[in-house]
Write a protein that binds this ligand. Structure first.
Ligand code: HEM
Length: 306
């Protein structure tokens, strides 16, 4: 099916970051590691999802930098990604895809498209049109906090010292049929640690990629925040206020490099809408749109239509 909006969005990202055959249109630079995920007993009270019942599950985790140019060095200022694929015993998979930013800058795919087009560098100067960008930001104050966080974030000491937010709301439904809206977050057991810009640069262009494969044993706690009445569940630009109930629902431990995925033509795709029973999608338009844009990127990078 020709999905015009999704094609236009990927074209707009390409116009900012360039076309890099074989690479993801966004989050082009990253590294895949193996790991295992185990839910806590508290998870089962919130959801009947099979991977949240307590048994250990094999996972593939891809850590990435947000940009679409795989040659941009690791010390650049940008958001980072953590994408997790859980392998279920019956052969199914479920994905959780998160960012190091507290929220997202766009409320709708159309806003994403407009902003990304506004970022396109002027072919004559190579610089973005600051007037156009400023006008967009003026008309979209909801984007301010996330963009501020993205442009001021210090580079991480390691992918294992970032916290990553799922940003979208999902409805978790337990065995009794009781549903709650939640947002998830991966918190590093090692604590959050960043580097001054010069220190990151001194570690070299690939310091994040090279280091993460050595971090077997590093771990993240999976925490869900429960929505209170009236919290927006469809707007990814709004972080929920502090003070909401938080529940530790799992632990993910990294192994070494993943020796199976993304080799010998294997195509690895993380899709935040690939959920299982006990986890339902909210109506957030960005969440609903993401698989459409990802499919275009996957088809262009692998030749495989999804
Ligand atoms: C309209 C909004 C968005 C668009 C158009 C978009 C676009 C993309 C594209 C084209 C890719 C490459 C897909 C592939 O080739 O497999 C990608 C990857 C990714 N996106 Fe998004 N994205 C959006 C929102 C988000 C949000 C809200 C998050 C986090 C909550 C996010 C996190 C990621 C991560 C972590 C990856 C890398 C996945 C991997 O390692 O394979 N994106 N995005």
């Amino acid at each position: 099916m020709d999905d015009r909006l999704a094609e236009e969005v990927v074209d707009a990202i390409n116009a900012v970051s360039g076309v890099h055959p074989g690479h993801r249109a966004a989050h082009a630079r990253g590294t895949v590691v193996a790991g295992r995920f185990e839910a806590t007993p508290a998870a089962r009270a919130l959801t009947r999802a099979p991977h949240m019942q307590g048994a250990a599950h094999r996972v593939t985790v891809r850590f990435s930098n947000g940009g679409g140019d795989p040659a941009v060095p690791d010390y650049a200022t940008e958001g980072r990604g953590m994408a997790v694929k859980v392998y279920l015993p019956d052969g199914r998979r479920t994905d959780m895809v998160a960012l190091s930013l507290p929220a997202f800058f766009a409320r709708t795919p159309e806003d994403f498209l407009e902003f990304t087009r506004a970022r396109r560098p002027d072919p004559a100067t190579g610089q973005p049109d600051l007037e156009r960008l400023g006008a967009w930001l003026g008309a979209h104050p909801e984007a301010g906090p996330t963009i501020q966080a993205a442009v001021s974030a210090e580079p991480p000491a390691s992918y294992a010292t970032c916290a990553y937010n799922g940003i979208h709301s999902f409805r978790w439904v337990n065995e009794q049929g009781e549903g709650r809206y939640v947002r998830f977050r991966w918190e590093p057991e090692a604590g959050v640690e960043t580097l001054a810009a010069e220190e990151a640069r001194a570690r070299g262009a690939a310091y994040l990629q090279d280091e993460i494969v050595t971090r077997a044993g590093a771990a993240f706690t999976l925490v869900v925040t429960l929505a209170a009445a009236g919290d927006p569940v469809e707007d990814p630009t709004v972080a929920w206020p502090d003070g909401r109930d938080r529940v530790e629902v799992g632990r993910l431990e990294l192994g070494g490099p993943d020796t199976e995925r993304e080799r010998d033509g294997d195509v690895l795709v993380f899709d935040p809408t690939r959920v299982v029973e006990g986890i339902e999608l909210s109506e957030d338009p960005i969440l609903r749109f993401r698989p459409r844009a990802y499919s275009v990127s996957v088809e262009r990078r692998s030749g495989i239509a999804r």
